[in-house]
Design a protein around this ligand. Structure first.
Ligand SMILES: C[S@@+](CC[C@H](N)C(=O)[O-])C[C@H]1O[C@@H](n2cnc3c(N)ncnc32)[C@H](O)[C@@H]1O
Length: 271
């Protein structure tokens, strides 16, 4: 295959296909990024052109998960945006426990990527449980990408993902990780209250799930305004009346037509 990039028609078809399968709103400016990501797959499948690959995605359902893995961006790290975690540790958990003694906290990491966010939360919950007898929690983690969920299930981390926690909380690294072939692996104790499942945020979550705390961080940025509203409406159906929603540092939902109330930057309450 030649390194000539996409034809305008192929690029438009590709952008439409990304939107169809993920909802993500891409523009022509992502052309170089998309080509870099798709090229190895197109070559591995011995297809002569990007258009041939797009035809395959349209015709072969088995290719769709690979396509989704390739076009999603999964950057994340432990305790990303420290002020959020300070809030969860020092305000949310004590306040929630005081208001719901004896209940089990239900958390949703709604675009969990490789798991750093959900295991950060599991660490805070384990620490809180050690200091507050009877506290229990359940973390439901979802992502659209099967490949990234497999990494989250494995729970093995290295490099930038764990650098900050290694310097800020070496005690937690010692307590909650074990050296592994490829870096550090989270201990089973952090996995025991976690369930992972594939889920597209544009669709309703399984009925019956009601969460007290939802992390919807660094994912809204990939969608247009209409889809952001759909995602927020869908998420709301899975939140208790007192729930808190946390978004990413560069995300604000105040301009959108939703029923969430601003509490402080990145933190929203149900109306
Ligand atoms: C940049 S990561 C965010 C990870 C983590 N929440 C954080 O803030 O560090 C964005 C994740 O959103 C997922 N994603 C993209 N589109 C999605 C969709 N329609 N439904 C569910 N997850 C989606 C991607 O697969 C990716 O893992």
């Amino acid at each position: 295959m030649e390194a000539t990039g996409f034809s305008p028609a192929t690029l438009s078809a590709l952008i439409a296909l990304v939107r169809k399968h993920t909802g993500i709103a891409m523009t022509e400016r992502k052309s170089v990024l998309l080509e870099r990501r798709l090229r190895p797959r197109v070559q591995a499948l011995n297809l002569g052109s990007y258009q041939a690959y797009l035809d395959k995605v349209e015709q072969d359902r088995a290719e769709i998960p690979h396509f989704i893995d390739l076009v999603t961006t999964n950057d994340t790290l432990f305790f990303r945006t420290p002020q959020v975690w300070d809030y969860v540790e020092k305000e949310f958990l004590p306040q929630w426990w005081a208001a719901h003694p004896g209940q089990r906290l239900k958390v949703w990491s709604a675009a969990s990527s490789s798991g750093e966010e959900l295991y950060s939360m599991a660490m805070l919950c384990e620490e809180f449980a050690a200091a507050n007898a009877g506290f229990g929690y359940q973390i439901h983690a979802t992502d659209i990408s099967q490949q990234i969920l497999a990494l989250a299930r494995d729970g093995q981390y290295t490099g930038r993902s764990v650098e900050r926690i290694q310097s800020t909380h070496p005690d937690w690294v010692k307590k909650y990780f074990r050296p592994s072939a490829n870096g550090l692996r989270v201990v089973d104790a952090l996995k025991k209250n976690v369930e992972l499942a594939q889920h597209n945020l544009l669709t309703p979550l399984k009925p019956g799930k009601q969460f007290d705390l939802v992390f919807l961080r660094n994912v809204l940025i990939y969608f247009d305004q209409e889809q952001q509203q759909t995602i927020l409406q869908q998420a709301r159906l899975s939140m208790t009346s007192h729930a808190i929603m946390i978004v990413g540092e560069s995300e604000s939902i105040t301009g959108l037509n939703t029923a969430y109330q601003f509490d402080r930057p990145m933190i929203y309450r149900m109306e």
